[in-house]
Design a protein around this ligand. Structure first.
Ligand SMILES: Nc1ncnc2c1ncn2[C@@H]1O[C@H](COP(=O)(O)OP(=O)(O)OP(=O)(O)O)[C@@H](O)[C@H]1O
Length: 544
């Protein structure tokens, strides 16, 4: 890998290392919004720091254009989470705007206990670094996966913490736009820390106190399952779009799945626009109005956060000192089926919309069924549960270091000795439903909402197509793999975008976008495999 390829002119990005940028810019903005939270007031942000001030540890998360690493400050021995962003990728993919938004919005919000703090930012030639408050207890998603249905006391408490954090964001003129269980983390004391403001919308100051239903134009950002209908139908967003996502998250905490789900974004969007969701029988009755009042197509029909706080579901909550209370232990919910009568809706929330919801509540009551995602295919599991996946025992384990002379040599250690890597390339990988015959590659909104993960794609002489990523201690892990000799694996190249192709499997499709100029080689090797009956290809026949 040629590291020089990654160099980006310093002038392409603002000077994050300049302490004045922070001291006189955003902190002034922040104080004007932030009068009411003295207890958590921000200390100095942005004093000149560099990667040398930290000892970097494991990767604790990755996103589409960043990696988050655990790091220890060499002087204070405090632990942080450092988000490392690749400048070359940011510039190439035109993401500079989002990088700035993340920094600016986090600085505005610094000091509120439910939001991860940003302490410093700095850069070197290749990367940008965001030093964040470390949330060691992981993502809400992992607890939902572990317990499937969370206990009512936890759902109530965490719903309250999330709601008050959203309320604070909104009072600072920030709409998050991507609230979901992956972006809700837990600190040492199991209090929430909301993160990932890369796609936030920063409102002009005069709109900080505007009503929740006020709409603003918006690009298509967010995650399909949590996106509000106004974004899909009108390309607008409002503070109440965050409230919609909040309801989706709470729903997922109690039922194990988001209310609107499906195998590809198109299906999910159709359900959202039709308000097509089911209330499972075990849903506590006090929660029902939360969903039926928030899942409305019109933003003005949804309750404000102030109104939501009065809902009976939150009766036991003491809002003032939430973040100083001891959270109830997270446990599995044991349904007692005392719930959901046929028409559970308080009169104030009855309308055409709620009639549909009441009907689905009644149907759920009658069938006692619980809405669940389709069982995930093996490959899907592998991709989503990357952290627990290691290469099969007979594979070697390789350590990924950027200065290693031959990455391919390193990757070859993942395979038995008679198998060699013919081509490796950095790609963006996304999963979607299988493409029907004659079906078009996802485009428009559907394409925008496909979740992309950076991976290295390897093709071996045995026809194996493997996606690898970095795991703990910089080990290379196989994330997903498929044999190109498998006749059920169909390859399609995108006629409109030469860098894009798709592996159509029986239960899902993997869309692959080459990001390192190796696409012609990938196409050549894949095509040969799909035409060939041979059990392996001679590596020499594929030399450039
Ligand atoms: N402060 C933190 N403490 C602990 N873990 C963190 C912290 N910030 C982020 N992470 C982990 O890293 C993951 C990715 O972080 P983040 O969502 O900010 O990246 P991203 O590039 O914006 O991701 P995406 O593309 O998925 O939106 C998080 O889901 C979380 O698991």
């Amino acid at each position: 890998m040629d590291l020089d390829q990654n160099r980006v002119p310093m002038s392409a990005l603002p000077d994050y290392a300049d302490p004045d940028y922070f001291d006189h810019g955003a902190i002034n903005k922040q104080t004007s919004f932030h009068r009411s939270s003295p207890r958590h007031s921000t200390s100095h942000i942005g004093s000149a720091k560099s990667p040398n001030n930290y000892i970097f540890g494991d990767i604790i998360g990755d996103g589409s254009y960043s990696e988050v690493k655990r790091a220890t400050d060499k002087r204070s021995w405090k632990e942080f989470a450092i988000k490392v962003l690749d400048k070359r990728y940011i510039v190439k993919e035109n993401k500079i705007k989002y990088v700035n938004i993340e920094r600016d919005s986090m600085m505005r919000l610094n000091g509120f206990p439910g939001i991860a703090r940003l302490f410093h930012t700095f850069q070197d030639d290749l990367k940008l670094y965001y030093v964040l408050e470390y949330a060691p207890n992981g993502e809400l998603l992992q607890y939902i996966k572990k317990y499937r249905f969370l206990n009512e006391a936890s759902v109530q408490f965490y719903a309250a913490e999330i709601l008050s954090s959203i309320e604070f964001m909104h009072s600072c003129g920030i709409i998050h736009r991507d609230l979901k269980p992956e972006n809700i983390l837990f600190d040492h004391n199991m209090h929430v820390k909301i993160t990932d403001f890369g796609t936030a919308k920063i409102l002009p100051p005069k709109y900080a106190n505007s009503p929740e239903s006020t709409m603003f134009s918006s690009s298509f950002v967010g995650t399909a399952e949590y996106v509000a209908p106004e974004l899909l139908s009108k390309q607008v967003v409002s503070k109440s779009s965050d409230v919609w996502a909040f309801a989706c998250v709470v729903f997922q905490m109690i039922t194990g799945s988001p209310p609107f789900h499906g195998r590809d974004p198109g299906v999910i969007f159709r359900k959202i626009m039709n308000l097509e969701y089911d209330l499972p029988k075990h849903m506590p009755i006090e929660m029902v109005p939360l969903f039926t009042s928030i899942f409305r197509l019109q933003t003005f029909e949804r309750p404000s956060i102030q109104e939501l706080k009065q809902f009976s579901f939150f009766t036991d909550i003491s809002w003032k000192d939430l973040f100083f209370q001891s959270p109830p232990p997270l446990q599995s919910f044991r349904p007692n089926y005392r719930h959901i009568p046929v028409n559970p809706l308080p009169p104030t929330y009855r309308s055409n919309m709620t009639a549909a919801a009441a009907a689905s509540a009644a149907a759920a009551h009658a069938s006692a069924s619980i809405v669940r995602h389709q069982p995930k295919s093996v490959s899907d599991q592998k991709i989503k549960n990357r952290k627990s996946t290691s290469p099969p025992a007979h594979y070697g384990q390789a350590t990924l270091r950027n200065n290693q002379p031959s990455m391919d040599l390193l990757y070859s250690k993942l395979f038995p000795s008679n198998e060699s890597v013919l081509v490796s390339s950095s790609v963006l990988l996304s999963l979607t439903a299988p493409l029907p015959e004659g079906g078009k590659f996802p485009s428009g909104i559907t394409k925008m909402f496909l979740k992309k993960k950076s991976r290295v794609m390897l093709l071996t002489n045995m026809g194996r197509c493997v996606f690898v990523t970095k795991g703990k201690n910089d080990r290379v892990l196989i994330d997903a793999e498929v044999s190109l000799y498998d006749p059920s694996v169909e390859v399609r190249f995108d006629d409109n975008k030469s860098k894009r192709f798709l592996l159509n499997l029986q239960t899902e499709a993997w869309i692959i976008e080459d990001t390192s100029e190796h696409v012609s080689r990938l196409r050549e090797v894949i095509s040969k495999f799909k035409k060939s009956d041979r059990p392996s290809l001679d590596p020499s026949s594929h030399e450039d």
